[in-house]
Design a protein around this ligand. Structure first.
Ligand code: NI
Length: 176
């Protein structure tokens, strides 16, 4: 291996998951290492997206790869300081989950297409239109950078039920 390291993923509820992340200013070797570690952690989980706050790093950085088919080459993406610049009027509903809220899934409605601009690891500006699962994933991960979780879209009762179960899970994990 080339020195990558798995990071532990924070579990909801955690104040670090509710904080607004700060923009990345330094495009250096440490940032590349952070992105590599996040990708390795995401693939290992396994998941299709991971935002820096989920490993306790309050920076505006996310990784994702929504390629599901075994026959299709993986597409690891690193988005730094991402911003949604356009959303479609048409909405789509996906059953979402989150590595910080394991074993809980719920339908969330979001724009089915979005334009996103970001900076890549070389400091170059990028823009892309995402649709399908990619659109849902990138919006979910950008939400993480703003301290927002997918359960924040649910009705309060459902959100509280999930949070109560997560508190119990974390208590059990702490005892184990
Ligand atoms: Ni998530």
């Amino acid at each position: 291996m080339n020195g990558m390291a798995l990071k532990s993923i924070l579990l909801h509820p955690d104040p670090r998951l509710k904080a607004v992340a700060t923009p990345v200013a330094e495009f250096d070797k440490d940032l590349r290492k952070l992105a590599d570690d996040m990708l390795e952690t995401m693939y290992d989980a396994p998941g299709i997206g991971l935002a820096a706050p989920q490993i306790g790093v309050g920076k505006r950085l996310l990784v994702m790869d929504c390629v599901k088919e075994e026959s299709v080459k993986p597409r690891p993406m690193v988005l730094i300081n991402p911003a949604v610049t356009w959303v479609s009027d048409t909405l789509a509903t996906y059953e979402e989950g989150c590595l910080s809220i394991p074993d809980h899934y719920a339908d969330v409605e979001r724009p089915c297409e979005v334009d996103v601009t970001w900076t890549d690891l070389d400091g170059a500006a990028q823009t892309e239109r995402f649709d399908g699962l990619w659109a849902t994933c990138v919006q979910h991960e950008i939400d993480h950078l703003n301290g927002k979780l997918f359960i924040d879209y649910l009705k309060p009762l459902k959100r509280q039920m999930i949070t109560r179960k997560m508190v119990k899970l974390k208590r059990e994990k702490a005892r184990a």
